[in-house]
Design a protein around this ligand. Sequence first.
Ligand code: LGS
Length: 445
Amino acid sequence: MVNKEFPKGFLWGTAAAAAQYEGAAQMDGRGLSIWDVFANTPGQILDGSNPSIADDFYHTYKEDIRRMKEIGIQSFRFSFAWSRVFPEGKGAINQKGLDFYKRLVEELLKNDIVPNATLYHWDLPYELERLGGWLNRDCVQWFGDYAELMIRTFGGQIPLWATVNEPIATYVGYALGGFAPGRKLEKFGRQANHNLLLSHGEAVRRFREIAPKDAKVGIVIDIWNHWPLRPDHAEDQALALRENEKTYRSYLNPIFNGKYTDYLLDYMEKNDCMPDIRPGDLEAIHQPLDFFGLNCYNRVLDCADAAVDIRSAGGNYLDNGSELYPKAIYDAIHILNDEFKIGIPIYITENGTSNCNEAVVDGKVHDQQRIEYVRSFLEWIKKAIDEGADIRGYYLWSFLDNWEWSAGYTSRFGLTHVDYETQQRIFKDSAYFYQEVIRQNKLLE
Ligand code: LGS
């Protein structure tokens, strides 16, 4: 008989980010972030919304934590809003902002929910962006000082820390313009990424100096592995290779191997986007970590011929238009363990799926596709564990529907439906499914 149980002590959680949950954007001295400003630029957010209210979690956290408890959530991954703590990104501390996180962490601990904190989940203080943001090398010092304050304040209470969530978002914000701050130059993207990695290294260095011994630090990276749509076409193969090198591998290589690959260096040289890399930088980035946070939602199929329909290769598709390919997470785990030989435990820090409209009928939301999605990803995670991968936990994105960056409120990822007019919460069917998974600590049929 196949053993369907997850290892004892496997941590079941949900993940969130400050800008997507908290709201209270002008409350108690919080400074603006680049996302507040970006969202108020016409045309940037699909539904023209901004994150100033979101889930109003700043005010509802107690009730939401009570609801997490009801589902059996064992750990809550959240991020600190840098501009709540340092309204100008540096200099004067906003005590009221820091106090909010003290209340939040206390409430989680009171409910036996393990806090898992991310220092940077995309919401750079706007005052720092005015100084060049991640393009200004001083960001290493700014981020280091901010990280130090948070580690000193919460190091004894929070066992799991991530420096940065998905560094690629910074590339999207500086090279492609699709995310805040909305800059559009490949060279900016590469420079911002390099400085962000340096800042990650600085936060790890400070962590080692001041954090209690049993607190762990890692980084969260998303792996969207690119595959050639037509495996026998050299152009598709080349495209997939290039995309992989330019995306997640451009972070994994410096962090775990202490170098940028020749492939990437050559690309940056030829495309006039080589960042300012100084002696000692790669050593500063390449530091031992305690765990890896893997975000994985899907794979990407690449085709060099734009006229070919990607779906022509077959496969399963969800109502939201994306492919359901749960093996993506198994492949990602293999990339980390076999290819990069990271040698540290992995937490799945995000996985989940969205819908535009999820009808509430008689007080219920029948989100069968989310249940299928989560079930199928868990199967592949379990297979990896059975084959020896050291995976310690799973964080479903997300407990609540929330403000989904450029998609605004149109993309619902929650186990809980949120009515943004009234802030009323309703558990979807998937919340009860997850409750049962957690209760039994095993794969369900
Ligand atoms: O909100 C973010 C989640 C949701 O989906 C979170 O803050 C990020 O860290 C992360 O990138 N997230 C995420 N990524 C996957 C986007 C999937 C888009 C599916 C499009 C369907 C047509």
